[in-house]
Unconditional design. Structure first.
Length: 128
């Protein structure tokens, strides 16, 4: 029998545990445009695990798998207390990876804000 020995990620506040799970992409907005699964012609979802792994899927095919940690009060542009900070060793530099500021709107709605000036905001709903 094989068991997982990966340690759970350090969570600075217990309410952040609500971020863990699978989230279906609903909408993204940037400085001048709005994107949705309908406008772009594909579906996308992310999985945020309690083991510090962030996975992104496009049309059910995994595109990203990154290690992450939580940062407290380090946002450059947002006045929200927590963000997801990705570990450099797993980043593929063919696409930019920005830290994501976390905004839990409700138990079933998550906003992830790219922590850069004019960065996009991505809205997700909890996948059931």
């Amino acid at each position: 029998m094989i068991s997982s020995c990966k340690k759970e990620i350090e969570v600075p506040e217990s309410s952040l545990q609500q971020v863990f799970g699978t989230w279906q992409w609903y909408l993204s907005s940037g400085s001048v445009q709005m994107l949705s699964p309908e406008s772009e012609g594909y579906s996308k979802y992310v999985e945020i695990t309690d083991k510090g792994i962030y996975k992104e899927y496009k049309n059910h095919v995994r595109r990203k798998k990154l290690k992450y940690s939580f940062d407290v009060n380090k946002s450059m542009v947002h006045h929200l207390p927590y963000r997801i900070n990705f570990k450099d060793e797993l980043v593929n530099f063919s696409f930019p990876i920005f830290p994501l500021v976390i905004e839990m709107v409700s138990l079933d709605t998550l906003f992830l804000h790219e922590d850069v000036f004019d960065g996009a905001t991505h809205c997700y709903v909890r996948k059931k």
